[in-house]
Design a protein around this ligand. Structure first.
Ligand code: ADP
Ligand code: MG
Length: 351
């Protein structure tokens, strides 16, 4: 959105006024926060014996977000959702947020307030409190670093390393949507490339996919449910793409995986998008990152109980594979019965 960036250099925003505004808008009081925004550091109480879960993410303009395809509020929302999702994937409850920010000279107070509006919109349903941060000026673009603190009962945290041979592999929601949404936003096809016979994507599907990219849902309730009921043996959130994140479970748990491609949960919108671009929807589901769905394993003995409980709670789950010995590798089973080794196609910033 061109209007979100000013082209002329402007004086740096007054930091103290900005922090005061953030404090007034978002620094809600709660008994567990002894000291929030306003001192040298935040102070919180922790319930005795509980495990603390901590995660941080650094987002850079031009690498992780683009002001041409997202508003400041969208960027804030997605950044918070990514961190909430990391805590969810540990089976933990997110509680506190700290935000470090480097503002470019083109950035205004309005931009910052919009950014926080988006972040707190993602946090509010989970009662996550903003308790501090840091503010600086950037000689380049925006830098945004979030730190989220959560809590989980002892020995209930979900790790990538717990998958066992014979376990079933599940995923929440649908996958591939966020990549489709991002491509819709960033690559508008030139008219000459449009093939008249290809299907046209409806406005409804388009909106759904773009929404899945800009405003992803962190599966916080699902993560807590998986840990509290001792369902999951391992869990990870899908940030790099199914094939890449599956590899993390495989490596950390020292197991192989058979992935059932016919069972991948792909939304009608994602299928329609794939048809309109003559793409393979399964490929989108395998490689598309940033869906922030949970990928997890359970003991096969639990699967009836898990699926019944999911229906009761209105959670959407798909069983997409089985855990095998390490030497099996990661194999994809096609609906026609053919199998192939899964290529490592996840997105990495340093390659
Ligand atoms: P210090 O110089 O000790 O780092 P600051 O002036 O940077 O103190 O911060 C004052 C207070 O405002 C602290 O409580 C800090 O956590 C909070 N704060 C600063 N920047 C931000 C921000 N971008 N978002 C949220 N809280 C912030
Ligand atoms: Mg500071």
């Amino acid at each position: 959105m061109a209007s979100t960036v000013r082209t002329k250099a402007r004086p740096t925003i007054h930091e103290f006024d900005l922090i005061r505004a953030l404090h007034q808008r978002h620094g809600y009081r709660t008994p567990s926060v002894i000291q929030g925004i306003g001192d040298d550091a935040a102070v919180i109480t922790s319930p005795a014996g509980q495990w603390t879960v901590l995660t941080t993410d650094l987002l850079t303009e031009g690498i992780h977000f683009d002001l041409c395809t997202a508003t400041m509020a969208d960027i804030g929302f997605r950044a918070a959702a990514a961190n909430l999702s990391d805590v969810a994937a540990m089976g933990a409850t997110p509680q506190y947020l700290l935000v470090a920010l480097a503002i470019p000279r083109t950035g205004s107070r309005h931009h910052v307030l919009q950014l926080y509006r988006g972040m707190m919109a993602a946090c509010r349903p989970h009662h996550v409190r903003l308790i501090g941060g840091d503010t600086s000026t950037s000689a380049g673009g925006w830098f945004l670093s979030l730190m989220l603190i959560g809590v989980v009962p002892p020995r209930k945290a979900l790790f990538r390393s717990g998958a066992r041979i014979g376990d079933y592999l599940y995923v929440t929601g649908t996958i591939g949507d966020a990549l489709a949404g991002l491509t819709l936003l960033s690559k508008r096809r030139p008219r000459s490339n449009r093939q008249p016979e290809s299907e046209v994507l409806s406005t409804r599907h388009r909106k759904f996919l773009i929404g899945r990219h800009l405003r992803p849902t962190a599966r916080v309730a699902e993560g807590r449910w998986l840990s509290a009921n001792r369902f999951a043996t391992s869990a990870i959130d899908i940030s790099d793409g199914l094939s890449g994140d599956l590899r993390h479970i495989s490596e950390e748990s020292h197991v192989g995986v058979e992935l059932d491609l016919g069972a991948l949960p792909i939304s009608p919108a994602c299928r329609a998008y794939a048809a309109s671009r003559r793409l393979d929807p399964v490929n989108l589901a395998l490689t598309g990152g940033e869906d922030y769905e949970l990928l997890f394993t359970i003991s096969s003995r639990q699967h009836t109980r898990l699926e019944r409980s999911a229906v009761e709670r209105g959670f959407s789950l798909a069983r997409i594979g089985t855990i095998h010995p390490l030497r099996f590798g990661i194999q994809a089973l096609s609906p026609d019965g053919r199998r192939h080794r899964l290529a490592n196609t996840s997105y990495e910033h340093f390659t």
